[in-house]
Design a protein around this ligand. Structure first.
Ligand SMILES: NC(=O)c1ccc[n+]([C@@H]2O[C@H](COP(=O)([O-])OP(=O)(O)OC[C@H]3O[C@@H](n4cnc5c(N)ncnc54)[C@H](OP(=O)(O)O)[C@@H]3O)[C@@H](O)[C@H]2O)c1
Length: 304
């Protein structure tokens, strides 16, 4: 017989966090506790209606006693926050220390990406911040397990077909640099959330890097999966070599240093196309009840 576990979630009002919260509430024997910033309560209404408790506060400098209250009696703390270094390094460090000091068993930081541990320093600033947080966590974790969930890119309208824009659905065009022969990992937000929920309640030890993916396809494989899933034919636009991509990223960054949206998506795509962010060993089998969505299935289901 299993006893009820209390799981704490920070970032539960966000896109991924809401899905993680719901995946946890789908489980029997889970009490969900959320850290919610004043003013963000309405966004948590759905989770609260399903039984989640709220601790009011954030992980910024104002955090104070809220973090100890959040972590009291909790087995796993999950972070699904998004932000700059003040959130990813400083805020998560506050949360992590509160969790460790409260005797929490497992901490899942807000990574949910390609293998950020293999990405060349400087290639993706937001991966640099996550590695910086990870080195603090490695040094200070004591007995607490730290699990980095790595899922590649999100296989969703907003990311594969939006932010990174491998395929632009409106113009029916797929974009690539280099030969495109490197397999790339993709997982939906919803499947990632389900894996996170399983990892959160798992009583067995979990490896430091927990890698999962719905699909691992090279560029041609993605184009084929889209065409099969949609019944449409894509136009392929080749944008030069990977060196040309380096040049475009440098130019865009110099022109608009503060506008990350101008160059960050290309950085992620580069680290997928050149293979440096490829996940090593997928661990989907650890939770066989989840059968993650493939690119073809997603395209067909969403009518893209
Ligand atoms: N692999 C991929 O392709 C991919 C793509 C997108 C995102 N991601 C990753 O997924 C994770 C979640 O992203 P998302 O898109 O779901 O984020 P999001 O929708 O922007 O949500 C961010 C969450 O962080 C919370 N937050 C921010 N600063 C906070 C603070 N100081 N204290 C407490 N909470 C704070 C926000 O709370 P409020 O509601 O109070 O603002 C919100 O709940 C991130 O690690 C992101 O990098 C990965």
């Amino acid at each position: 017989m299993t006893s009820t576990q209390t799981i704490a979630l920070v970032g539960g009002t966000g896109r991924l966090g809401t899905l993680i919260g719901n995946a946890l509430l789908d489980k029997a024997d889970v009490q969900l506790r959320l850290l919610i910033r004043p003013g963000s309560r309405p966004k948590a209404a759905g989770l609260v209606q399903r039984g989640a408790q709220i601790v009011e506060g954030g992980i910024g400098e104002e955090a104070g006693d809220a973090l100890a209250a959040l972590c009291q009696g909790v087995s796993t703390v999950i972070s699904a926050v998004q932000g700059g270094p003040e959130v990813i390094i400083e805020g998560q460090t506050r949360l992590f220390r509160a969790a460790r000091d409260a005797g929490v068993k497992r901490f899942i930081p807000s990574d949910y990406s390609l293998d950020l541990f293999k990405v060349t320093p400087g290639h993706i600033p937001s991966s640099d911040w996550r590695r910086q947080f990870a080195s603090v966590a490695d040094a200070e974790r004591g007995k607490m397990e730290v699990v980095h969930v790595l899922n590649g890119g999100f296989l969703d309208r907003g990311v594969m077909f939006g932010f990174i824009r491998v395929i632009d659905v409106d113009s029916q065009t797929a974009f690539v640099c280099g030969d495109g022969k490197q397999p790339m990992d993709w997982t939906t937000y919803a499947d990632t959330a389900r894996y996170v929920a399983e990892a959160a309640v798992d009583e067995r030890p979990i490896p430091r890097k927990f890698c999962i993916a719905g699909d691992a396809l090279d560029f041609e494989g993605i184009v084929r999966a889209y065409e099969e899933g949609s019944g449409k034919t894509l136009r392929v636009q080749r944008l030069g070599s990977l060196e040309d991509l380096d040049g475009s990223i440098d130019q865009l960054r110099k022109a608009q240093p503060a506008n990350m949206r101008a160059w960050l998506p290309l950085m992620y795509y580069r680290s997928m196309l050149n293979g440096e962010g490829k996940l090593d060993q997928l661990m989907n089998d650890r939770y066989p009840s989840i059968r993650p969505t493939t690119v073809r299935e997603y395209v067909a289901k969403e009518g893209l």
